[in-house]
Design a protein around this ligand. Structure first.
Ligand SMILES: [Zn+2]
Ligand SMILES: [Zn+2]
Length: 815
């Protein structure tokens, strides 16, 4: 038996090391690796994770653990190893990596509060103006949190002033603990004694109705009583006063799936689907790491293979996780899964309330579910007996987390699979170049679905050269400067609407216009915090930054020349919606983008409306382009195919090809054949040409050649080092200094394995007030790349603290 009095704790703070705490005798019984502990940290109280026991320590004044927060460990030693790998691979603190296992809503944090004392003191003469202002606010509010004070006195250093007030005994400090989400309860009503509702009928008809209902159905929640019988509250009260009914509180977990209508699976597997399924089930039965790429054209029925594979897994006593790239895409599989596994499906994504996520997470942890469906972070759900992970649309960039632990859920799922002997299925019609390359080299087993279900034809795709369109429109009317929808697309939309079919229009830019320009002096409206233009949102009457959310009202005059010739340039989904309304005034139009889906369940409402045929034309960003299966959509218009082509990033061709092929794939998925119009200013671009033919494999070959020539992934591995700081010159100087260190280190110990590109100012040279420079390191051996980056990180830690070094391993973009 080892000594359990000293434990090592990882905290969710940007600190690389772990900390040692003493376990008081009262908690010795409960302490275990994998449990969360409440510990003092500086002046705060925070949540940490117990990650091990320690024999002895040199540190003298050890602090005590205050509390142990879990009855059962959240992770075991084996899972801990996985999180340790995650932490070291992505250069993230262990505490941050572990917090992925246990999202922040279960974190308990303390807050410092200040209250006025009763002390009589003539403060006005002795205090500095800042202390005085602080004190007056604390007095006025009768107590206030430190966070609130910091917000109010933004940019001022208030700690000294606070200490002064404390010394003068004008205020006292208290630590309050917050952040615990309680269990949800509901009130249920039942009959307290036998009674005859006939006697009530004439005098109190509502009371009679309640009694009749309860005697037939038994105990019922007040919520469903109200739903069934309408306004009943005063009648209920009277019944309760008479002692005829009893009200009782019961635990009632929040259920995010309560609005979902389960749907029975009636489809039969095709020969190709059958073959794919049997390979996956072979993997499941082998109990060994079995990675697959399910590569199938759009409409080939990948979802059916996923569902059947999950059924196989559950039959074998295993559990499964299905990841989808967008919240709205959880709805499709969940409809079937809730019918296949009633009550045994959980859903996890950021569209749920904190309470819902908390309850779902607990159900998963307690083993009450077999299937978890969710966005990328659902990969870390505490699923016991996990056997299968499915990553749908594995090429999607939304699987990469771009802050905190910068992991890619697709890559991490493969490591999880290796460590826990799982079957991992990556699915896509347009696999990422890396994944397809790995499948060709048999690191991942390819499973190919070459045909659409029931041999339905692929949609017919046509390119429209918008350069010619704008010439045409100039002849017709001088004022029509901004042609959005070509004649061709417009005619097809009209015809499609007449025939009663649905249309999807895809434009990967939200808002009304791309930016505003003053025609008098050329002034453009830029964000104050970022080096990007503000986008006009006409409906909301504001100019908005899509990176930092800065928002200002649309100005009437130009701030530079005071002229009134301000004009919007470029189009967004808001304007596209208005244009569709102009063309098809009687059509019912839906819009799906970040602006229309902020509210809870908003995704679900839009998808349901299209599914039920309540929407004729759906306009939207990439949210409409992927994964959806709307049987009645026969026309897809890609309004501006060029938005992503010209972005200076080595993945921009791949991204463009994927987006267009995915969007095109929404057309003609059931009985009616589909048609796709791609509008572009670059009709000769190779990825557009190949997207017309839906020819992934030729695209892959061309792209692979490009990557080989430039030695980009999959022919190398990348780590991006980004330097961020408030002063541009300081960032530049620091980046160059690190570059010189890197050159010396390379010379002495790494030689020709590694190439350094940069440093240079990033494409997005300023974001959220921080200037950005970056340096890309490239090499064939990820191990030596890691060692090299580690050396640079150590060097950077030694020097200035005003500049932040962000390390992005296997970056998706280098903007
Ligand atoms: Zn101007
Ligand atoms: Zn901004």
């Amino acid at each position: 038996m080892h000594n359990k009095t000293l434990i090592s704790v990882a905290v969710e703070l940007p600190l690389k090391r772990t900390f040692t705490y003493k376990v008081p005798e009262t908690l010795l019984e409960q302490v275990a690796v994998g449990k969360r502990v409440l510990v003092p940290f500086g002046k705060r109280v925070i949540t940490g994770f117990c990650v091990g026991f320690i024999e002895k320590t040199e540190v003298k004044s050890l602090k005590d653990v205050l509390d142990i927060l879990d009855d059962e460990p959240i992770f075991d030693e084996k899972r801990l190893k996985f999180f340790q790998w995650l932490s070291s691979y992505y250069f993230a603190p262990l505490g941050e990596a572990l917090s992925l296992a246990c999202p922040s809503w279960t974190n308990i944090k303390s807050q410092r509060y200040f209250f006025p004392t009763e002390e009589l003191f003539d403060y006005q003469e002795k205090l500095s103006p800042l202390s005085q202002a602080l004190f007056e606010l604390i007095l006025a509010k009768k107590g206030i949190s430190l966070a609130h004070l910091l917000k109010t006195f933004k940019g001022k250093s208030i700690y000294n002033a606070i200490n002064r007030l404390k010394q003068e005994k004008l205020i006292r400090e208290e630590v309050k603990i917050k952040g615990k989400i309680g269990e949800r309860t509901e009130t249920f009503a039942s009959l307290a004694s036998e009674c005859n509702y006939e006697t009530f009928k004439r005098k109190a008809p509502i009371q009679a109705k309640i009694i009749a209902y309860l005697s037939e159905k038994g105990e019922t929640s007040l919520k469903s009583l109200r739903n069934e019988l309408g306004a009943i509250d005063s009648a209920l009260k009277k019944l309760q006063q008479r002692g005829l009914i009893a009200l009782i509180q019961r635990k009632a977990p929040r259920n995010p799936l309560e609005d979902i209508l389960p749907q029975k699976l009636s489809h039969k597997l095709t020969y190709e689907q059958e073959k794919a399924l049997s390979a996956i089930s072979h993997g499941l039965k082998s109990n060994a790491f079995s990675p697959f790429l399910l590569y199938g054209v759009t409409g080939s029925g990948k979802t059916l293979v996923y569902l059947k594979a999950m059924e196989e897994a559950v039959d074998l006593g295993k559990k499964a996780i299905l990841l989808v790239p967008e919240i709205s895409l959880t709805l499709w599989p969940v409809k079937y899964l809730t019918a296949m596994f009633p009550g045994r499906v959980a859903i996890l994504h950021s569209g749920l309330s904190d309470g819902e996520r908390y309850d779902e997470w607990n159900r998963i942890k307690d083993g009450a579910v077999d299937i978890v469906v969710g966005a990328r972070s659902a990969l870390f759900a505490p699923v016991k007996d996990l056997g299968l992970i499915i990553i749908d649309e594995e090429h999607e960039p939304s699987y990469k987390q771009e802050e905190g632990v910068r992991y890619n859920a697709r890559d991490v799922s493969l490591m999880l699979g290796k460590m826990f002997n799982l079957t991992v299925v990556l699915g896509s019609a347009t696999p990422s170049v890396e994944t397809f390359y790995n499948a060709q080299n048999n690191k991942i087993t390819p499973l190919h679905l070459t045909k659409r279900v029931q041999d339905r034809p692929m949609p017919e795709v046509e390119l429209v050269d918008m350069r010619k369109e704008s010439q045409k429109s100039k002849v017709k009317s001088q004022t029509e400067y901004n042609k959005i929808i070509s004649e061709k697309l417009q005619n097809l939309m009209l015809k499609n609407h007449e025939l009663g079919y649905q249309t999807i229009l895809f434009l990967n830019r939200r808002g009304f216009s791309n930016f505003l320009i003053c025609n008098g002096c050329g002034y453009t409206f830029q964000c104050l915090n970022c080096n990007v233009s503000l986008t006009m949102h006409k409906g909301a009457g504001v100019l908005k930054c899509h990176y930092c959310d800065l928002s200002i009202s649309i100005p009437e005059a130009c701030p530079k020349c005071e002229g009134h010739q301000i004009e919007p340039v470029g189009i967004g989904t808001e304007q596209l919606e208005a244009e569709v309304r102009r063309i098809l005034h009687k059509a019912r139009i839906g819009r799906m983008d970040k602006d229309t889906t902020r509210k809870k369940r908003a995704h679900q409402k839009i998808v349901d409306a299209v599914d039920k045929g309540h929407v004729d034309v759906l306009v939207g960003t990439q949210m409409v382009a992927k994964g959806h299966h709307f049987p009645n959509v026969t026309l897809v218009g890609i309004v501006m195919a060029d938005t992503s082509i010209n972005i200076p990033d080595f993945r921009s061709s791949e991204r463009t090809f994927q987006l267009i092929t995915q969007a095109a794939g929404r057309a003609g998925r059931e009985a009616f054949p589909g048609k796709v119009i791609i509008q572009t200013l670059n009709p000769d671009n190779f990825c557009l040409k190949l997207a017309i033919m839906q020819d992934y494999e030729t695209f892959f070959k061309e792209e692979l050649n490009n990557r080989m020539e430039l030695s980009y992934p999959p022919f190398s591995r990348l780590i991006n080092l980004r330097f961020e700081g408030n002063k541009e010159e300081a960032v530049k100087v620091f980046a160059n200094k690190i570059k010189r260190f890197a050159d010396r280190t390379l010379e002495s110990s790494f030689k020709k394995d590694i190439t350094i590109l940069g440093p240079a100012s990033a494409f997005l040279s300023k974001l959220r007030g921080k200037y950005r420079w970056h340096m890309l390191i490239k090499g064939n051996n990820i191990k030596s790349l890691h060692e090299f980056a580690e050396k640079i990180l150590c060097e950077s830690d030694k020097t200035i603290h005003s500049i932040n070094l962000v390390i992005d391993v296997d970056p998706l973009t280098t903007l």
